[in-house]
Write a protein that binds this ligand. Structure first.
Ligand code: NI
Length: 161
């Protein structure tokens, strides 16, 4: 018998993957037109461009001895649908998501905003939000580095539209 068998409920982490498509334009109101162009390159083009984002979230909790689960996936899916997918999918992040009216919709900032929106999930503890922007880029945010309102301005995407 393992030592954990005596502790009652066991903590387990659950990962779940979602997809959404959205467009964005990387442009900071704190920089000049020239600086924006130099920093963001093609990602600063006025009409924006789209990504097929992959969102991975991890939540943790104790295994309920009765159900054998830490949370009902249907509850989690419904929560993510309401809090994130309905608002972000097939939207212009800059123009249709209020959080990005004054904040550059880099994937760094997207991770933080999604974390902020999902942290109130009541059935389990949100551990991590990971967003893949392209096959080459992903960003991850955890509660441990909860920041002040400092904006993440850099974009790691480079030329990989
Ligand atoms: Ni982009």
């Amino acid at each position: 018998m393992s030592p954990q068998a005596n502790t009652g409920a066991l903590k387990v982490e659950l990962g779940r993957r979602y997809r959404f498509a959205a467009s964005h334009r990387l442009h900071s109101g704190q920089l000049s037109e020239e600086e924006n162009q130099r920093l963001y390159g093609k990602c600063n083009n006025p009409h924006g461009h789209g990504h097929n984002y992959v969102l991975e979230i991890s939540v943790s909790g104790k295994v309920d001895p009765a159900t054998g689960m830490i949370a009902n996936l249907a509850d989690l899916d419904g929560f993510v649908e309401r809090e994130v997918l309905e608002l972000f999918d097939h939207r212009s992040l800059n123009e249709e998501v209020p959080a990005f009216r004054d904040k550059v919709p880099t994937t760094e900032n997207l991770c933080v905003e999604i974390f902020r929106r999902l942290k109130s999930f009541s059935a389990a503890k949100l551990e991590r939000v990971r967003v893949e922007e392209t096959n080459n880029n992903s960003f991850e945010y955890t509660a441990d580095d909860l920041m002040d309102s400092t904006e993440v301005g850099a974009h790691a995407e480079g030329n990989k539209l």
